[in-house]
Design a protein around this ligand. Structure first.
Ligand SMILES: Nc1ncnc2c1ncn2[C@@H]1O[C@H](COP(=O)(O)OP(=O)(O)OP(=O)(O)O)[C@@H](O)[C@H]1O
Length: 257
């Protein structure tokens, strides 16, 4: 493993249904990074996450997670899928949902939760500020609380890297901003990677940004430059800083500082 790298993606290509979804994608995520991958809908963001998780094997290129093959290292990754993939009408309490994040750590059958699992779930609910909701049905929570429960479920596995797919897509704007502050706290304890199609939710604390639309555009910096946007979106995009006035966004077509 290259020094400090937790995720290394090298020249990855993926074809799905006869279409090239990822082409020559290379990415290096280091320990402690708060890494945002942005890009338009259908640009391949979820596919790239699935490659990193070892759920899709690339047609070309190589991926290493903490120095090993992704499918052998998946237990070190906490994955927060898109909100829409969860069925919140399922009769489950918040504690039950968060505990299910421990299932990958229980090798014995039948799978039974032990003291360590319960402690990890309690700690994760505490971190996400939902400990007082532990016995409530997940269907009774607000959208923002449900989103926190999904993240607590991933945290219950004590991951080294937390990977989130569109974490703010179903929360309203103020909740979304607060939500990025929550991620900012988490990233002091672990590497955080998230994908979004919404440039407006980017936290000023993000350490690196990449733009993905089949190909990836990155300068390994937190700045989004005009050529990254041009490459990923293929058209001029309003780069005004969406409530982040101190972030320097280059003019379209110009390099960042
Ligand atoms: N299993 C599959 N078979 C065929 N095509 C697929 C498959 N999975 C994804 N695709 C296609 O690959 C492209 C990239 O999809 P992906 O979900 O990775 O994009 P995305 O950037 O995450 O988009 P969104 O923000 O809409 O979730 C899309 O055109 C999608 O239709």
């Amino acid at each position: 493993m290259t020094d400090g790298a937790v995720i290394e993606v090298e020249h990855v290509g993926v074809d799905l249904g006869g279409r090239t979804v990822l082409e020559d994608v290379s990415l290096r995520i280091c320990r402690g990074d708060f890494y945002a991958i942005i890009g338009p809908n259908g640009g391949g963001k979820s596919t790239l996450l699935r490659v990193i998780l070892g759920l899709i094997h690339p047609d070309t290129g190589e991926v290493r997670v903490l120095g090993g093959p992704p499918d052998e290292q998946r237990h070190l990754l906490g994955y927060v899928p898109q909100y829409r993939t969860f069925d919140f009408s399922y009769p489950l309490t918040v504690r039950g949902m968060v505990l299910s994040g421990r299932l990958g750590h229980i090798a014995r059958f039948p799978r039974r939760y032990g003291e360590e699992d319960r402690e990890a779930a309690d700690g994760a609910m505490e971190t996400m500020g939902i400990a007082d909701l532990a016995d409530r049905p997940i269907s009774a929570l607000s959208g923002g609380q449900q989103q926190r429960a999904i993240i607590a479920r991933a945290l219950a596995g004590n991951p080294e890297v937390l990977i989130l797919d569109e974490p703010t897509v179903y929360v309203d704007s103020p909740t979304g901003e607060h939500f990025m502050d929550v991620l900012d706290v988490l990233r002091r304890q672990m590497t955080v990677v998230f994908v979004t199609h919404d440039i407006g939710v980017l936290s000023r604390h993000v350490t690196k940004v990449a733009c993905l639309n089949r190909r990836i555009y990155t300068h390994d910096t937190p700045e989004i430059t005009g050529d990254m946007i041009q490459g990923a979106y293929g058209c001029p995009v309003d780069l005004i800083a969406h409530g982040l006035p101190h972030r320097v966004f280059a003019e379209h077509g110009e390099e960042g500082p």
